[in-house]
Design a protein. Structure first.
Length: 754
C-alpha cells in the first residue's frame, strides 16, 4: 500500500482535493498494492483536472462521498462529470441517482456513469439526463424481484443513450415496464427485449406492445423459446407483431415491389425482410439498405406506403456516396432523405400526391420540384440511414472476396457473389465469422468450369424458412433454392429405355388408360348440384304459381367420378445415387422409373412435373427442372431426364417446401408429391439427424396443411427408422430391391390416386 505521506508529497492540490484523495486511499486499503496504486494514479490525475473547473468544490465533495460508498464508482464519476453542463443542482441530482442505483446493483450505477457522456451528447435537454437515470431507478423500485432486472436495466442505460437510438425516453419507460414483467419468467429474455427485441414492437402502440408481451409470456414454455421470442428473432414473435398491426404483409407484395424498383433503377433490386437487421446500431425497425439489398418491414399500413419505402430506399441504394441533384455529396441523413424524394418526384411526378396523402406537412415547389428544407419532420417512408452498415458491408465483402479468390482459384465469380450476398442478407456481417462460414461451405464444393449453356441458363432464386427444433421455431429466409433447367444436351437414355422396356410400357399405358374417365354424365332435376337446371326451374315456378308448391329439384349435378389429380415428382440426385447395385447405378434406375411413369401419365392425362434435386449447404439448394406442368413430354424433356447426374447432398425440407409452392399453383382437387431418394436427409449444417428429421417432418406437415399429399420412396434399408419420425407409414415405403422401382412406381401411383 502507498503510504499517505508519500502520496501527498507527489501531488499538489487544494484542501478539498486532499480530502478526496485521502478518502480514495482509504477506500482501496483492502486491495492489492498494484491495483490500489493504479487506481490512485487515476484519481490523482482526475483531481488535478477538476481543480481547474468552477464547480470543483461540489464535484470533489461528491467524489469523496462516492469513495466512502464504493471505490469502483470514483473514476467513472470523474470521467463523466466533466461532460455534464455546469449546473450544481444538475450534478447533485445526477450523482444521487447513481447512489440510489447502488442499493440495487453497483454495476448499474457504474454503467450509468460510463454512459453519461454519450447521453449528454445525444439528449436534447440537460433535464433528459435526469429523466434517463430516474427511469432506470424507477424500474428497480417497481420490480418485485430486483435482482432479476439487473441485466435489463444495465442494457437500458446502454441502448437508450446510443446515438443511433430511435426511441424517445418516454417509449423506453414503457419498454422497462414490460422488461419487469418479462424478467419474472426469464432474466435473459428481459435482457434480449431491451437490447433488440423491442424493435419488433417499433410499429406497435403501448397497448399493442403489452399484448405482444402477454402472448410471449403465455405461449413460450421453455427458456430458449422465451429468449428467442423476446429477442424478436423467432417467427412467433414476428407473426404476433404482424397480427397486432393491421395492414399489408411484405411477403404478399415482395415480387411486385421488386419489379417496381427494377423499373425505376433499370437493374434487379433485392428486397429482404428487415428482421435480419435486428441488433444493428441505428436500426429502428424501419426500411433501410446495406448498400446492396433493400430491407423493408414485414408489415405496412398500406401498399402505397410499402411502394414509397421501397422506391425511396432504391434511390439511397445508388452509389457508394450519396450525390444530390446538384452534384454535391451529402452526409446528413435528413438531406439524403429530402434529396431522395426529389429524385423520385423528378422521375415519377405522380408520387408527390401519394407523399402528400401520407404526410400532411409534405410541401413541394411545383416549379422546381424542390422540397421545403426548413426544419423538416420525418416522413413515414424514409426509414434508417445505416452509414456504418453500408461501409462495413462493402469493406467486408471486398475483404472476403479477395481472400476467397486467393484460396479458391477455381470458384465461379457468380457463385461467390451469390453466396456472399445471401450470407449478408441472412444477417452475417462480421468479417471473420463471414469468412469462416463461407470457407466451410466452399471446402465442401468441387469447382468445375461450367459449360457455356450453364452460364446462359435462367436461374430463379427462392428463399424458404427452416424449422429448428432447438428453438422450436422457424429460421426465416434460411435456405436459398435455385431453380434451374436441367442440361438439354442430346442423349439416348430415355429412347433406349423405351426400346428395351417396350412391352412393360405398353402394358402400363393400357392399365392407365382404363383409369381415364369417360365423358361426364349430367343428372337433371337434382336437389343440389353444380349449376341451375333452367328447364326444371321454369317447371318449378309454373307449379308454384298454380298452387302446387315449388320443387327444390332445380339443379344439374355432374358425375363426380372424374380424375382431378396432379403429381410432382422429386428425384434425389445426391452423390450416393451414383453407387451401383447389381451393376446399375441408383440414379439410372430412378431415371428409368420416371421414363416409364411419364409414359403412363401421358396416357392417363394427369398433369405432372419432374424435378431433380441436390444440395450443398443452405445457400445452394438446386432443383433441376426436367418437366414443368405445362411442358409437353417431348424430346427436350427426355434429354433433360437423361442428363440428370449424381452430385451433392440432400436438404430435404427446403426441397419439399419448393415443391409445395409449385403445387399450390395447380388447381386440381388432388395433389400428390412423390419423392424418390436413396438415403436420409443430410446436408452441410443439416447433418444432425434430429435436426434434419424434424425440419423434413415439418415440411411434410406444411404440405398436408395445403391439401398436398406427400409420399416418399426410399431404397435405404435403414429408412424405416427415420421414416416413422417424418411421416405416417401410409406416406412412405422402403424398397427392399431398388431394381423393382420402375415397375413399382406406376403401381404405387395408381394406389395413391384411385
Amino acid at each position: 500500500m502507498i503510504s499517505q505521506d508519500k502520496a501527498q508529497r507527489q501531488i499538489r492540490m487544494s484542501r478539498s482535493g486532499e480530502k478526496t484523495f485521502n478518502a480514495a486511499m482509504r477506500s482501496v486499503s483492502h486491495l492489492r498494492p498494484q491495483t490500489a496504486a493504479k487506481f490512485l494514479a487515476g484519481v490523482e490525475k482526475e483531481i488535478k483536472a477538476i481543480e481547474k473547473t468552477k464547480d470543483k468544490t461540489v464535484i470533489l465533495s461528491e467524489a469523496e462521498m462516492l469513495c466512502r460508498l464504493n471505490w469502483s464508482l470514483v473514476l467513472p464519476f470523474f470521467t463523466a462529470v466533466v461532460k455534464i453542463p455546469s449546473d450544481i443542482n444538475l450534478i447533485l441530482k445526477w450523482t444521487r441517482i447513481a447512489v440510489h442505483l447502488t442499493t440495487y446493483d453497483i454495476d448499474a450505477a457504474i454503467t450509468f456513469f460510463n454512459r453519461t457522456p454519450e447521453a449528454v451528447k445525444n439528449f436534447d435537454a440537460p433535464q433528459d439526463l435526469i429523466t434517463w437515470g430516474q427511469q432506470g431507478l424507477e424500474a428497480f423500485k417497481t420490480a418485485i424481484d430486483k435482482k432479476r432486472l439487473r441485466k435489463a436495466v444495465n442494457a437500458y442505460f446502454v441502448e437508450s443513450s446510443d446515438a443511433n437510438c430511435g426511441y424517445p425516453l418516454e417509449r423506453w419507460r414503457s419498454f422497462l415496464d414490460q422488461a419487469i414483467r418479462i424478467s419474472m419468467t426469464s432474466v435473459d429474455a428481459a435482457l434480449g427485449f431491451i437490447q433488440q427485441g423491442n424493435q419488433a414492437c417499433s410499429l406497435l402502440s403501448e397497448n399493442q406492445t403489452i399484448s405482444w408481451v402477454n402472448r410471449g409470456i403465455e405461449e413460450c414454455t421453455s427458456e430458449k423459446e422465451r429468449i428467442n421470442y423476446f429477442n424478436g428473432t423467432s417467427l412467433r414473435a414476428k407473426q404476433t407483431s404482424d397480427i397486432l398491426i393491421p395492414g399489408v404483409a411484405l411477403k404478399n407484395k415482395r415480387n411486385i415491389l421488386s419489379i417496381i424498383c427494377e423499373a425505376l433503377t433499370g437493374k434487379p433490386v433485392k428486397l429482404r425482410s428487415n428482421a435480419s437487421l435486428l441488433g444493428c446500431k441505428g436500426f429502428t425497425g424501419a426500411a433501410a439498405t446495406d448498400g446492396r439489398n433493400i430491407y423493408l418491414p414485414e408489415m405496412a399500413s398500406s401498399f402505397e406506403l410499402f411502394k414509397l419505402m421501397a422506391l425511396h430506399q432504391a434511390m439511397i441504394l445508388q452509389g457508394d456516396s450519396y450525390v444530390s441533384v446538384d452534384g454535391t455529396t451529402i452526409s446528413d441523413p435528413v438531406q439524403i432523405h429530402l434529396d431522395a424524394d426529389e429524385r423520385l418526384i423528378k422521375q415519377l411526378p405522380g408520387l408527390a400526391l401519394e407523399m402528400k396523402k401520407l404526410s400532411d406537412d409534405f410541401k413541394i415547389d411545383r416549379d422546381s420540384n424542390r422540397l421545403g428544407r426548413k426544419a423538416p419532420t420525418t416522413k413515414p417512408w424514409w426509414g434508417d440511414i445505416l452509414f456504418d452498415l453500408m461501409k462495413e458491408t462493402d469493406e467486408t465483402i471486398s475483404w472476403v472476396k479477395e481472400k476467397a479468390i486467393e484460396e479458391y482459384e477455381d470458384i465461379p465469380p457468380e457463385l461467390l457473389e451469390g453466396l456472399l450476398e445471401s450470407l449478408i442478407a441472412g444477417g452475417e456481417g462480421e468479417p471473420d465469422a463471414l469468412w469462416k462460414l463461407l470457407s466451410e461451405m466452399l471446402d465442401q464444393i468441387e469447382f468445375t468450369s461450367p459449360d457455356p449453356e450453364e452460364l446462359q441458363e435462367t436461374v430463379r432464386i427462392f428463399f424458404y424458412k427452416e424449422w429448428d427444433r432447438e428453438i422450436a421455431d422457424y429460421k426465416l429466409e434460411w435456405c436459398q433454392v435455385r431453380q434451374r433447367i436441367a442440361r438439354e444436351n442430346p442423349n439416348t437414355f430415355v429412347l433406349e429405355t423405351q426400346e428395351r422396356l417396350r412391352g412393360i410400357i405398353r402394358l402400363i399405358r393400357k392399365q392407365f388408360m382404363k383409369l381415364k374417365p369417360e365423358t361426364f354424365r349430367k343428372y337433371r332435376e337434382q336437389p343440389t348440384g353444380d349449376s341451375l337446371d333452367l328447364d326444371a326451374l321454369v317447371k318449378a315456378l309454373t307449379d308454384m304459381r298454380s298452387g302446387a308448391g315449388m320443387s327444390e329439384n332445380v339443379y344439374i349435378r355432374r358425375d363426380k367420378r372424374i380424375r382431378d389429380v396432379s403429381a410432382f415428382f422429386l428425384v434425389d440426385l445426391s452423390g450416393s445415387t451414383g453407387e451401383e447395385i447389381n451393376g446399375r447405378r441408383v440414379i439410372d434406375i430412378q431415371k428409368e422409373a420416371m421414363a416409364i411413369m411419364a409414359e403412363a401419365l401421358e396416357a392417363l392425362g394427369d398433369p405432372y412435373a419432374i424435378y431433380g434435386f441436390s444440395t450443398e449447404g443452405r445457400f445452394r439448394v438446386d432443383l433441376f427442372r426436367v418437366k414443368n406442368f405445362k411442358d409437353p413430354y417431348d424430346e427436350t424433356v427426355q434429354y433433360r431426364l437423361g442428363n440428370l447426374e449424381p452430385h451433392g447432398l440432400t436438404r430435404m425440407g427446403a426441397v419439399v417446401r419448393h415443391a409445395t409452392h409449385k403445387l399450390e399453383e395447380v388447381t386440381t382437387a388432388v395433389k400428390i408429391l412423390v419423392i424418390l431418394t436413396d438415403g436420409r436427409p443430410y446436408d452441410l449444417e443439416y447433418g444432425h439427424l434430429e435436426y434434419a428429421i424434424s425440419d423434413t417432418k415439418k415440411a411434410f406437415q406444411e404440405a398436408r396443411s395445403k391439401n398436398i399429399h406427400p409420399f416418399i420412396i426410399t431404397s435405404d434399408q435403414k429408412g424405416s427408422d427415420y421414416l416413422r419420425m417424418i411421416s405416417p407409414q401410409t406416406e412412405s415405403i422402403v424398397l427392399q430391391k431398388i431394381e423393382l422401382l420402375p415397375t413399382l412406381l406406376p403401381a404405387l401411383y395408381r394406389r395413391l390416386t384411385v
